[in-house]
Design a protein around this ligand. Structure first.
Ligand code: TXA
Ligand code: MG
Length: 325
């Protein structure tokens, strides 16, 4: 059974419990500005294996390694000018940089899935302080069972993994609400590997050019040629809905007019004012709430593709992907 520590009111007890668990090579659930992470010592094969076991993740993907600042990141990865520029502009924050592993880096190959590169990120707030105290990078995927909806509150983590963890740090609802944006810089440019909580437009303003979207880089790492089911509620998910069918719940955006909306089992709006940051922050908690209504299907109205809309649509497409069973 997990103990939940409120990091506002029990910061010291939470810090001590988390450090003790990490030292035992045990994963702990921690808040970040994006989603809650299941964090463990990125230099320990035992600790990394435990992350996979607790998530029930069937295969080893490369994990993002979290560090406390750019100086710590440079102990493990090699930063070119552009990667350093992005780190200086956006860390701490919802940006992961994939960079070549530094020779002799202490990060365990299980965390990088044996690749010659590593995904590094500096999370904001308490997570950064925890890493600074621990002194070693933390590998941390989202703190949910593989394939399910990512957690944006400590209660979400407890509902899903509470029986398998001893320590959950509660930092309240996450501000950004979707996972970090992942990019990789090389001699050909800055490549988008995963849309996320930092918009491509914001990155382009800093690099003074375009972010390249060549899917081949991601495809090699994720399931080739298919959109893997992920972020899946129990209910079916139906995208770009312009009408509600019998027995469906509706997730709207900016109060668009949807035929038979009044007949929905339950009605949600990711952002009545049409603010995409607000919609991203509400996305996973709204999917969970819609699922709890018991509706057999969740109809989702269109969300624009600009700014954080790209990450929102990416997660929605995965939530709607065939479940393979
Ligand atoms: O917001 C986030 O990024 C959250 C919070 C907890 O920080 N973390 C997260 O981590 O989503 P994770 O481990 O689930 O992200 C793993 C993904 C991989 O599926 C892959 O797409 C990418 O990060 N990745 C990691 N290392 C990589 C590498 N060396 N090369 C390419 N992609 C990599
Ligand atoms: Mg995840």
């Amino acid at each position: 059974m997990a103990t939940i520590y409120d990091i506002e009111t029990e910061a010291d007890a939470g810090m001590d419990a988390a450090l003790a668990a990490l030292a035992r090579e045990e994963p702990v659930a921690i808040p970040t500005e994006t989603v809650y992470g299941l964090a463990a010592d990125a230099t320990s094969s035992y600790a990394i294996s435990s992350i996979y076991e607790k998530k029930g993740r069937p295969r080893f993907n490369p994990l993002i390694c979290h560090v406390s600042d750019l100086a710590m990141a440079e102990q493990y990865g090699e930063f070119d000018t552009m990667s350093r520029k992005l780190a200086l502009a956006f860390w701490p924050g919802p940006l992961t940089l994939v960079v070549p592993l530094k020779p002799g880096s202490a990060i365990h190959p299980l965390a990088t899935a044996g690749l010659s590169t590593v995904g590094l990120r500096v999370p904001a707030g308490f997570a950064g302080k925890l890493i600074a105290r621990f002194g070693k990078p933390l590998a941390a995927p989202s703190a949910n069972t593989s394939g399910r909806i990512s957690p944006t509150s400590a209660i979400d983590v407890e509902d899903d993994l509470g029986q398998k963890l001893r320590v959950i740090l509660d930092g309240g609802p996450t501000k950004v609400g979707v996972e970090s944006t992942i990019v990789k810089s090389d001699e050909t440019g800055v490549h988008l590997l995963r849309p996320g909580g930092l918009s491509v437009e914001d990155i382009e303003r800093v690099i003074g050019g375009r972010v390249l979207r060549d899917v081949s880089q991601t495809a090699a790492i994720e399931a080739p040629g298919m959109l893997a089911s992920h972020y899946a509620p129990d209910a079916k998910v139906r995208l770009n809905a312009s009408r509600v069918s019998l027995g469906e719940a509706l997730i709207n955006f900016r109060g668009q007019s949807v035929v038979d909306a009044d007949k929905a089992v339950a009605l949600f709006d990711l952002s009545p004012s049409g603010n995409l940051r607000e919609a991203a922050a509400n996305l996973f908690s709204t999917l969970r709430a819609a699922d709890r209504t018991g509706a057999f299907s969740i109809a989702i109205a269109p969300v624009p593709m600009t700014g954080l809309g790209e990450a929102i649509n990416d997660r929605l497409m995965r939530a709607a992907a065939p479940r393979g069973k």
